[in-house]
Design a binder for this molecule. Structure first.
Ligand SMILES: [Zn+2]
Length: 249
């Protein structure tokens, strides 16, 4: 893409603060991004026919789901996809677990998460410790180790590793992080989660019906944690449609 075009896009993205929710739908496949603000919260609902999934249940997910769906629909959610364990992506999981228990969910709830994401395992363990004896449904933790396509009800889901680093005690470490490519009825939605510019995302976003790409550094220079608007846009433009998300406010 020519530089002038990218500059124009950067400017237009800055001018208008992203207004959530962002919604996309095609035939029976749809996604609603309730929110995606760095350090605050992300929350996404994915619908493939009648099959409802949650992606990155950050703080506020329960409020957003209850505004959007009936109690029965929320109870029917069977899959939760976690990109990584940062609080703005998992902060609402405890509330979701508890709500489903209070509402007497009977069917299982599967949590897909990247290997090494200790936040999910600890939330799960703490939850069981408190509520196991009165839990009406089964939580199935599904740790994703290999980047092979999985079947999640009526969708095929291809997880892929992305680059998302953080500094802990002065040392940089790679956060266990995934993006997901969701396939349903010959369509696909690619969500990169939090990521620096990386080949895996470039490959998966290419030609997607929808690509959801983070620009966590906004206009600033990118690093190995987040992308700039310029980088995110250059990837988004290779998909049929795209949303930039996670832009600092
Ligand atoms: Zn993050």
């Amino acid at each position: 893409m020519p530089d002038a075009e990218i500059k124009k896009l950067v400017k237009s993205t800055e001018m208008k603060k992203i207004k959530y929710p962002l919604s996309w739908s095609k035939n029976n496949f749809s996604i609603k991004i309730f929110c995606s603000i760095p350090n605050i919260a992300t929350g996404i609902l994915l619908k493939a026919g009648d099959n409802l999934s949650v992606i990155d249940p950050g703080d506020g997910i329960l409020r957003d789901l209850t505004n959007e769906l009936s109690v029965e629909q929320i109870k029917s959610i069977s899959n939760v996809f976690i990109t990584h364990g940062h609080h703005d992506h998992v902060g609402g999981l405890w509330s979701l677990f508890t709500y489903l228990r209070v509402m007497n969910k009977k069917s299982y709830l599967k949590i897909y998460y990247p290997k090494g994401c200790s936040e999910i395992e600890h939330i799960y363990k703490a939850f069981l410790k408190v509520y196991q004896s009165s839990l009406s449904y089964k939580i199935i933790l599904t740790c994703i180790d290999k980047q092979k396509t999985i079947r999640a009800k009526n969708m095929s889901v291809k997880p892929f590793s992305v680059i998302h680093k953080e500094v802990i005690n002065g040392k940089k470490r790679q956060v266990p992080s995934l993006g997901y490519n969701f396939f349903f009825d010959k369509m696909n939605i690619c969500y990169g989660g939090d990521t620096a510019y990386c080949e895996a995302l470039v490959k998966n976003a290419y030609n997607a019906d929808l690509a959801i790409i983070e620009a966590g550094h906004g206009e600033d220079e990118s690093d190995d944690m987040h992308m700039s608007i310029k980088e995110a846009t250059s990837i988004g433009k290779t998909a049929i449609e795209y949303f930039l998300v996670h832009v600092p406010e």
